[in-house]
Design a protein around this ligand. Sequence first.
Ligand SMILES: [Ca+2]
Ligand SMILES: [Ca+2]
Length: 105
Amino acid sequence: MNERCKGLGGYLVEINTRAEQTFMRHLMYRSRATKEIVYTGLTDLGQEGHFYYYHSKKPMAGAYFKRRQPDNYKGIEHCTNLMRWGLNDLDCHTNARYICEVPVR
Ligand SMILES: [Ca+2]
Ligand SMILES: [Ca+2]
């Protein structure tokens, strides 16, 4: 999915502030994607429990998880999806949509 974002000149979205996360969530709900699973660019693929932005490799800052997440359910949840009350970690092989962030030139 990050490759698809690269094709657009961007990368998987990096949520850097609570306001940005709220904005993303509103976009998602406005597009009626409420039932959709939508990936963000946060992952802990490098080291379990240490979430970072897939594109910039910087540690997670500003974004927030929902209650009781991340739970690394079944030990295979290393990607994240945007939910109403915060982020959730989920299996990176989940068939889902994703948000690309494209810098303005
Ligand atoms: Ca994990
Ligand atoms: Ca989870």
